[in-house]
Design a protein around this ligand. Sequence first.
Ligand code: FAD
Ligand code: SIN
Length: 538
Amino acid sequence: MSNNNNPKTSITTPKIGGWDTDVLILGSGVAGLTTAIKLAKAFPNKKIIVATKDQKDESNTKYAQGGVAVVWDKFDSFESHIQDTLRAGDHENDEKIVRMVVEKAPQSLQELIDWGADFDFKDPLNYDLGKEGGHSAHRILHHKDITGFEIQKTLLEKVTQLSNIEVLPHHFAIDIITQHHTEKRKLNFGDADITCFGAYIMNEKTQEIDTYRAKVTLIATGGAGQVYASTTNPVIATGDGIAMAYRAKALVSDMQYQQFHPTALYEPGKSPAFLITEAVRGFGAYLRNKEGVRFMLQVDERAELASRDIVARAINMEMNRSGAECVYLDCTHLDAKGFIKHFPNIVEKCSSIGIDFTKDFIPVVPAMHYLMGGIVIDKEGQTSIKNLYANGESTRSGLHGANRLASNSLLEALVFGHQIAQHIIENTSILESKLPAIPAWNTEGTTDPKELVLITHNKKSVQYIMSDLVGIVRSNERLIRALDHLDYIYQDTEKLYKKVTLSPQIVELRNLNTIAYLIVKQSMEMKQNKGAFYSLDL
Ligand code: FAD
Ligand code: SIN
């Protein structure tokens, strides 16, 4: 499978106009908005555009439930959070990055609180710190079971107070701009001088693809849960930023590591799957198989609170053994009043489908939840491409290793938002760099698609190939089969892409196919099982 960059740009058709900005941020989740706020405060005279493909609050961030991990309690320690993160990551993490993120966490959380985020207290002086799998202490700051919603709201409110940030909803980034477009140069992975000059962005209302020139560009487009048929991620999570970066020849790694959340609500045919937060197990819920046995007791000394890779694999094995379609969360022994106070959203969802948690077990299954791999960044959030930064779930920062510790993701985005801003503050010349003339996006020779069914069929095919062949348990034979099928879809999608007027659907399909290809290829390179990666042949 080749990874040619967009064939539709032409240097012979320069665009008059377009938009210039100092900083261009792609994505309005926690990673994009935190970085935008930090930069806007540091550089009140510089213009920051945040382009985001859906409504401005639609993101994985908005659905986060459990909370944010941070050492806050006087009986907890940085060393303990560091060791938990390394153990969950099967020691594939970059320990320097782990230390940096854990040690900077309290400062980043305090900043978020100062911006208005409201976390739950257990008494007037102390936060109610939750516990989740893999953590050896109570250290999760949360807002009921809708922490992400609270963070997304706080950040968007803060953004409205900063006049130098402009948020553009329904603006879909297609590709980042490099010398591939300005000089028609063939770029290779590892070229030291690849430079980013902004991005081509589709205004979804007008369908125009515009040129946004920027001195600094940030990819904060989140994860790629939608590459699987069953996922907790909303429909925006199609790995666009990772695919764009890869096409531009940025380094992308660790794509073989997907985190399957152990406890998505079992509702056949429902997508995205509703999450039952791990904090429910932290609150004392048990996992039981269809015979009612607490099977995790035989698997790990931490039982239900082992790290996610271990619990998800154990559930998968249990379902294979018994032929059952799900396992169960048992909350019937828990303090009902306390449960309702902590998890009102989950209680409401369960009762809406006839489940009374005080009497009934909640049926759950693992679902794709989080991508550990992504665009390689250093401790300042710089990618391998000049003037291109990345933050959040689209990155491989080294924090998570082979399996992310629960509630370390929102934290990563908060700390790296700080790191990126600090790096630009210390290197302000980046904001003075000259930008070249950039050719307009060329739509010549394309026509509107006659029917969308070819696109939706290919998207579903990618999702089922990945769920059936590249799930929690992999094998050489399954990976080879997946690659064969994906290759056919790739050829078909490329033909369509060159022929039809671009739409978010065709671009997302192309990006999902790239993500699937990277997951399979990087899985094939694995020499041993690590963290969330498990092959029957190793
Ligand atoms: P997102 O929040 O996904 O934001 C990505 C943004 O990019 C969106 O605005 C999207 O519309 C935009 N975008 C995407 N593609 C394009 C494009 N082509 N052009 C323009 N814009 C684009 N983590 C925790 O730490 N604690 C938790 O409790 C927790 N709970 C979770 C519960 C659920 C159900 C889910 C799905 C995830 C949870 N996570 C949790 C993970 C965490 O929410 C995410 O990893 C994190 O929010 C990612 O933030 P982000 O800013 O990188 O991406
Ligand atoms: C959850 O609340 O279980 C999700 C937490 C996370 O993904 O970190």
